[in-house]
Design a protein around this ligand. Structure first.
Ligand code: SAM
Length: 213
C-alpha cells in the first residue's frame, strides 16, 4: 500500500479527523470532494498541490483545523475561497453552518457550483463576485480567509459582511505580528491561536478579530 493509495488516503483522513476531534464518518464526503478537486484540477488548474496525500494534509486537514472555532456560528462567508478552502471542508463538517463561498474567478466559481451540487451540500452556496461587491452587509457571523491577503486588506474587502460582534477567522502561517499591528479601527484582536494540523510540521495560526459594535 503506497501513501497515496485509496486505503492509505482514507486512513490519513480518518486519523486526522480523530486528532481534530471530528467524526470519522466525514471521511467519505471529504474524499469525494478531494476526488472532484483532483479531476477538475487536471483541466482547471485549481491548486498547485497535486500529490493526493499532500492535498489531504494541506487542504482538508488544514481547513478542518479551524472547525472548533466555528462552533455556535450560523452564517459564515469564506472570502477568496478558490477551490473551496477552507469553506467546503467546513460545510461538510458542520451541516448546521450556512457557508457562502465567495470567489471572483469564473473558472473556480464554476468548479465550486459543481462541487456543491455533486456533494449535495445543502448548506453551501457560491457567490461569484469580488468580496467587496457582495451586498450582504452584516449578514454573517464570521468571515474566513486563507491565503487571501494581509489582515487589514481582508477587512477592507470583506469586513462589511460581518455583523457587529462577529469575527474574522484568518488562517496564517507564522504569527503575523506586522499585520496585527495594522488592524483598522473598529476591530479588536480576540486572539492568535496555534493550529495543530495533523501531519503538518509547519507553523499554522488562526487570527481571530472581532468587529466592535
Ligand atoms: C491564493 S488563492 C487561495 C484560495 C483558497 N482560499 C486556498 O486557501 O486555497 C486566493 C483566491 O482568492 C480569490 N480572490 C482574490 N481577491 C478576491 C476578492 N476580492 N474577492 C473574491 N475573491 C478573491 C482569487 O481568485 C483566488 O482564487
Amino acid at each position: 500500500m503506497t501513501a497515496s493509495s485509496p486505503d492509505a488516503l482514507r486512513g490519513t483522513v480518518e486519523s486526522g479527523l480523530a486528532a481534530l476531534g471530528l467524526d470519522a464518518a466525514l471521511a467519505g464526503p471529504l474524499l469525494d470532494y478531494l476526488a472532484l478537486l483532483q479531476r477538475w484540477n487536471a483541466a482547471y488548474n485549481l491548486t498547485a498541490v497535486r500529490d493526493p496525500r499532500q492535498m489531504v494534509v494541506l487542504h482538508l486537514l488544514d481547513s478542518l483545523a479551524i472547525a472548533a472555532h466555528t462552533e455556535g456560528l450560523q452564517r459564515l462567508a469564506d472570502l477568496g475561497t478558490g477551490a473551496g478552502l477552507p469553506g467546503i471542508p467546513l460545510a461538510i463538517a458542520r451541516p448546521d453552518l450556512q457557508v457562502t463561498l465567495v470567489e471572483s474567478n469564473g473558472k473556480k466559481a464554476r468548479f465550486l457550483r459543481e462541487a456543491v451540487r455533486q456533494l449535495g451540500l445543502a448548506n453551501a452556496r457560491v457567490a461569484e463576485t469580488r468580496a467587496e461587491a457582495l451586498d450582504e452587509p452584516g449578514a454573517h457571523d464570521a468571515i474566513t480567509a486563507r491565503a487571501l491577503a494581509p489582515l487589514a486588506e481582508i477587512l477592507a474587502v470583506g469586513g462589511h459582511l460581518v455583523r457587529p460582534g462577529g469575527r474574522l477567522l484568518a488562517m496564517k502561517g507564522q504569527r503575523p505580528d506586522t499585520e496585527l499591528a495594522a488592524l483598522p479601527a473598529g476591530w479588536r484582536l480576540e486572539g492568535v491561536h496555534r493550529l495543530d494540523v495533523p501531519g503538518l510540521a509547519a507553523e499554522r495560526h488562526l487570527v481571530v478579530v472581532e468587529r466592535l459594535s
